[in-house]
Design a protein around this ligand. Structure first.
Ligand code: IMP
Length: 422
């Protein structure tokens, strides 16, 4: 039988790899676009018909009336934020109810989850994760503790379940001495959001997606965050709380491993990280500032400065293995246009020990760099691989050798046409 496949499109470092920019290359080839992990902590900036949208929970196939979009069971969803996001799309003329399916098994982010997120961060003091404040960690905690509320719960006896979980949260907040909060407005909008969600197709998306695959339809699993923020494989405890890696595609959508086809790993020509946590390649000097400025590296959700550094091949090799990446997509090559020398971190060193394997804890490790000549030319107008400056071509060849994986798409500028397929 000719079944469809699930291809995964994953940010493979710390998120913010610029997926939104290439998504229009990917989505036309698929019948279904599905989100499998995370929630409104994501911010995928997508330009469609000349208009800019920031998608947080909604998959990026939403602009095409012929596609099925799925928010899978592995996701967490905040009804108020979902409503705001969806209404913006509706106002722009996109009909969501016919195109969007939401898993009944996805968990709900309550207003008190967001307060808990703040309270836990405050309690951590210096060791705080630097979360997006969207309640992600507390919601996944309740999921694991088997006390969470799921989307399907809003269809039956919801008020009581809501009140019980809210009371539980309030008690925790009281115990923590975190009492200076007021969720009245939030809660009103949140309840309005719940009502609004009832108008959507809340379904058993695990069955739907497998039925579509049996019909031969192809699915794009759209990643959020990045592999190094994965709850298991990331730089724990400075991670998000979901499975952002390829394994999360299976658990977060209810598809079997054998249904996975291509795994596209997206990375940037350099490194960034938002929030706290070890980041061996971080540059605190002018070079870091230049990368941030030219790359416009400021958070899409929180507006925070992103920490910047040279490319980290230790992290990339690790992410390629964990995800089974079959093809790489390199973004933002043009950001390095002005540098005479480009560095690549090939190993980490600490206390006289050198490793090329991702260590248990990356704190305190120093990067070991190799240097390559920069191309010092403007890449943004380049539209063909044959027009790549030799030093840029050499950088790509070098990365392919180091990573033992082909780089099949290269982006060299903000324009849609500045994305080159090799
Ligand atoms: P949380 O997901 O809000 O709990 O945040 C946990 C960590 O993941 C923090 O360091 C955040 O900055 C980071 N994070 C969460 N979502 C994203 C994202 O979409 N891009 C980049 N970093 C993210």
């Amino acid at each position: 039988m000719n079944t469809g496949k699930v291809d995964a499109l994953l940010g493979i470092v710390f998120g913010d790899e610029g997926k939104g920019k290439v998504v229009d290359f990917f989505t036309p080839k698929y019948d279904v676009v599905a989100r499998f992990a995370g929630g409104p902590n994501a911010g995928h900036t997508i330009i469609f018909d000349g208009k800019k949208f920031v998608l947080r929970s909604i998959p990026s196939g939403i602009f095409d009336e012929h596609k099925v979009n799925i928010i899978g069971n592995g996701c967490v969803i905040a009804p108020d934020l979902f409503m705001a996001e969806a209404r913006e799309l509706e106002a722009a003329g996109y009909d969501l109810t016919s195109r969007l399916h939401i898993s009944k098994r996805a968990h709900l982010i309550l207003p008190t989850h967001r307060v808990l997120d703040r309270a836990y961060e405050a309690a951590k003091g210096k060791g705080k994760v630097g979360t997006t404040g969207k309640g992600i960690g507390p919601t996944y905690s309740d999921k694991a503790a088997r006390i969470g509320l799921r989307v399907g719960d809003i269809l039956d006896g919801f008020e009581e379940k809501y009140r019980a979980l809210k009371a539980r949260h309030e008690q925790i907040l009281k115990d923590l001495g975190f009492t200076d909060y007021d969720i009245t407005d939030d809660e009103r909008r949140w309840m309005e959001g719940v009502e609004y969600m009832r108008g959507f197709r809340l379904s058993d998306t695990e069955h739907e997606i497998n039925a579509l695959l049996r019909e031969g339809k192809n699915v794009l699993a759209e990643g959020a965050q990045g592999s190094l923020l994965d709850i298991d494989h990331g730089t724990y405890p400075f991670v998000s709380s979901s499975s952002t890696t390829c394994g999360g595609v299976c658990t977060g959508l209810g598809v079997a491993p054998r249904m996975i086809g291509e795994v596209f790993g997206i990375f940037k020509a350099y490194s960034t990280r938002v929030g706290s946590g070890p980041f061996p390649v971080e540059l605190f000097d002018e070079t870091g500032d230049t990368i941030r400025h030219i790359g416009n590296e400021y958070g899409a959700v929180t507006g925070r400065n992103r920490r910047c550094g040279w490319i980290d091949l230790v992290a990339l090799r690790y992410a390629i293995i964990i995800n089974g990446v079959t093809q790489l997509v390199m973004m933002k090559g043009d950001v390095l246009d002005g540098f005479a020398t480009i560095k690549a971190c090939v190993a980490y060193r600490k206390d006289g020990v050198t490793t090329t394997d991702m260590p248990f804890d990356t704190a305190g490790w120093e990067p070991v760099y190799e240097e390559l000549p920069g191309w010092q030319a403007d890449l943004t107008g380049v539209r063909r691989e044959s027009d790549f400056p030799p030093a840029f071509k050499a950088y790509i060849d070098y990365l392919e050798r180091q990573l033992a994986t082909p780089i099949t798409i290269v982006s060299v500028g903000p324009d849609r046409e500045a994305t080159i397929i090799r």
